[in-house]
Every structure is written in C-alpha cells, then in structure tokens.
Design a protein around this ligand. Structure first.
Ligand code: S3P
Length: 449
C-alpha cells in the first residue's frame, strides 16, 4: 500500500513504437460509488469490472466496517450485501482510507446522517488534504467533526441523529463535495439540494438514479441544481463498471509521444464531465479516432485509435478544467513535447490533490530541462518539440500516482531516461500500469529489476 511499503524507483526510456490494445481497468470514481451505494441498498449488488486498486480496496474494507458484507468472487467481480439507507453500523475501529480523497469524503457523507461516530485517517498524502470542504456542508445536516488543525485527518465525525435536509451551493468545483452532500441527503427527510456553478463528474447522480433514488437535475441561472428526495429505499443493482478514462489517458498520451505508435484503447468514457483531455489533445493536433460509440455501464463510451502525432501548444480555457482535472499532470508531460507554449488556466484545485500537482509537475519538468511558469491558478509549459526534452532526472512523486505515471510517460519520449523516486502509489489507481505499458512495448523498468 502506498506510503507504507518501501519506495519503488522506476525508470522509463525511449524504445520501439507502441502497438496493440490497451485494456485499462475499471473507473475509480464509479468503483467507489458502486461499493458505497451497494452498501446503502437493500439486497445484493453485483459488481463487475471493479477497479482493484488500493483506493477502492480501502473503500471496500470501510464498507465492511460499517456493516455491509462485501465479497470478491473473481477478478473485478464483487458483491455487496447492503444494510439499507440509514442502516450503517458504528465501526469498531479507525477507518483508514489510505491515499483516497474520494473514498474518505464520500464515506463521510454517507455516514453523516446516521447516529453513529467514526474516526477517519489516511496515508501521509491524505492527512495533508483539506476535509473542511465536506465537513462544512455536513455540519448543516447536524453532523459534528473534530480533526487536526486546518480540518486535516485524523478526524472524528459524529453523525446527525435527527438530520435536517440541506440546500448547498458548492464553493469549489468538486464532485467529491457534491457527492458527500447527496449521500448525506439520502438519510435526511425532505429534499436535499446541491447547486454547482461549474459542472463536475456526475457519476453519483447517475448511479443514485440507477439504484432507485429520485434525483432531478436542472440548469438554472445559478448553475446546475441537483435535487434528491430523502429517505428512499435504494434497491440493489448489477453494476458494470466502465473503464477509467483517467487511466486510459496515460496510454493515449504515450502513443501520441512515441514515434511510430498506433494503439487501440477500447471503451473510453465520452461522458462530457470526464472527456476534456481528449478534446484538448485533438486541438493540439493529436490523431485520435473515436470508433464504435456505444453505452457501457450507463456511460457513453468509444474505442480510441491513437497514432503518434506532432503536437502544438494551446491555451486551455479555465472552463475545461473540471472535465480533465485529473489529466493535467500527463497533459503537462505531453505539453513539454509539443511545439510552442501550453497554458493551463483555472487549475487551482490541482494544489489540493494527492500532491500539489502544479508544484510537483513544475519541479519535475524543470529537472528534466523544461521551462515552466506557474501561479496559484495557472501552469504554463514551454514545449521543446518532439525530440527536445532532455530528461535524465529523477522526479519526486510525493505519494501521487498520477505524478509518477506522468513522468514515466515523459521518459518514453525524452532524450535521456526519466526516473521517479517512488512508483508504489501507482497501485492506488492503476495496479496493472507497468504490465499494460510494457505489453504495448514501453520501456518501463524497476530500479531493482
Ligand atoms: C473525484 C472527483 C475529483 C477528482 C478525483 C475523483 C470523484 O476530485 O479529482 O480524482 O470521484 O468524485 P474533486 O471532487 O476534489 O474535484
């Protein structure tokens, strides 16, 4: 588990063109939600394609601690015997969410309107991240939180015994905050309303409906207004988790950067709250074809055929930030190999991810010989063209899976190999990353073999 074992140094260098089919694992966001909604339902939810990354395994463990029966039947095949809305038991011990902000914030929401108490912690990365963004709205339901300075974990949450319904406008573009409020609203009487000025990933709304909740979504002058009728009986479902577009991003970007590459990445989400990267890459000149559009696991998906491309830097508007928020690290790596400058605006939320991703990418790119500029809300990368990135550095990953994978992708295209000081966090979201990339022909190795 990241942050608990020994660091794993990894190195990536130039090699043959990437070829083949990149079947990336299940979506992390949807996997967390399938386990949590399964636990809040009556009956047995069957899940296929569950991401078996550490983040999701930690959520599965947490759902057991709250009283659900969670079982693994085979690769990606799981079942959850739920306890029903309001049926969570009080956990006997501390809930360790490992590296997962999504896990801890959604679970806090799900328990906040039950008369139970739970203490949450996580690894060195998660303990630095702000929890006030969820405990503030959860307090409106009547829940009480006590944590470390700055609203940091470890933190104890006492759920509201008599929850009041809440109407809340999210102060930042955050699907985790929106989802925490909606999950808390499940066990409050009456209507819970969340208004978001900027749309964020909508998996919670979609899945709540799938489990039988009454959720309406309206566009209003104030933004997107989501209304949930409280205290529904959620009914167990079969959930087929689609592949994770945020994991697909690494294979797609690698193929764009490595000369001669031509790969197929099947089943990539075209959900408009998740597909910003692919639009951005096309604007940069990427040769990406969207084949066989269809629906999988309730999400619009397509197969992506990706060929090596010479890319040009662009100015990416702030209003695209939320639909590609997890993809900026790998985009920054791609931008380093593009001709001209790429400007990423409206990206302040990157400062409170698994690491400060603006800082982590800026320092790593500089170490690789790339010129960058940053301010609180912007990252600018001065591209050096397809053959131009010197590389030859060891980049610090700060317990952040996406920083680790992004520098390894850059190493596939840089003049000298690039190493990361610790690739172990990759297992939180993309446990088969190394095998999958090597299967395409990428030269990614561990320092100790
Ligand atoms: C997620 C929401 C996003 C994203 C994270 C997953 C989710 O975080 O960065 O990886 O599953 O709801 P924020 O809600 O903080 O924007």
């Amino acid at each position: 588990m990241s942050g608990h074992g020994d660091p794993i140094k990894m190195t990536a260098g130039r090699g043959a063109p990437l070829k083949g089919v990149a079947e990336v694992p299940g979506d992390k966001s949807i996997s967390h939600r399938a386990l949590i909604l399964g636990a809040l339902s009556v009956g047995e939810t069957k899940i296929t394609g569950l991401l078996e990354g550490q983040d999701v395994l930690d959520t599965a463990k947490a759902m057991r601690a709250f009283g659900a029966t969670v079982m693994r039947h085979g690769p990606g095949e799981w079942s959850v015997q739920g306890v029903g809305v309001g049926g969570f038991a009080e956990p006997e011990d501390v809930i360790d969410c490992g590296n997962s902000g999504t896990g801890v914030r959604l679970i806090m929401g799900a328990m906040a309107t039950s008369a139970i108490c739970a203490t949450f912690t996580g690894d060195g990365s998660l303990r630095k991240r702000p929890m006030g963004r969820v405990t503030d709205p959860l307090a409106l339901f009547g829940a009480r939180a006590v944590g470390r300075a700055g609203g940091r974990l470890p933190m104890t949450l006492v759920g509201a015994a008599e929850p009041a319904p809440v109407s809340y406008t999210t102060p930042m573009a955050s699907a985790q905050v929106k989802s925490a409020v909606l999950l808390a609203g499940l066990n409050a009487p009456g209507q819970t309303v969340v208004i978001e000025k900027v749309p964020t990933r909508d998996h919670t709304e979609r899945m709540l409906r799938g489990f039988g909740a009454d959720v309406t979504v309206e566009q209003t002058p104030d933004g997107t207004r989501i209304t949930l009728q409280g205290q529904p009986e959620l009914v167990a479902q079969s959930v087929a988790v689609p592949r994770d577009p945020s994991s697909a991003a690494f294979a797609v970007c690698a193929a764009l950067l490595v000369p001669g590459s031509d790969i197929l990445v099947p089943g990539v989400s075209q959900n408009p709250t998740r597909n910003g990267l692919f639009l951005t890459l096309r604007e940069m000149g990427a040769d990406i074809e969207f084949l066989n559009p269809r629906e999988e696991g309730g999400e619009p998906v397509a197969d992506l055929r990706v060929r090596h491309s010479e890319l040009t830097g662009i100015d990416i508007p702030a209003d695209r930030a939320s639909s590609q928020i997890d993809e900026y690290p790998v985009l920054a790596a791609v931008a380093a190999c593009a001709r001209g400058t790429t400007v990423m605006r409206g990206v302040h939320e990157l400062r409170v991810k698994e690491s400060d991703r603006i800082d982590a990418m800026a320092r790593g790119l500089e170490a690789c010989g790339v010129r960058v500029e940053e301010d609180s809300d912007t990252l600018i990368v001065h591209g050096l063209g397809p053959e131009g990135v010197p590389g030859g550095a060891t980049c610090a990953t700060h317990l952040d899976h996406r920083i680790a994978m992004s520098f390894l992708i850059l190493g596939l295209a840089s003049q000298q190999p690039i190493s990361v000081d610790d690739g172990s966090p990759i297992a939180t979201s993309f446990p088969v990353f190394e095998d999958l990339m090597r299967g395409l022909g990428a030269g990614i190795v561990r320092a100790n073999g």
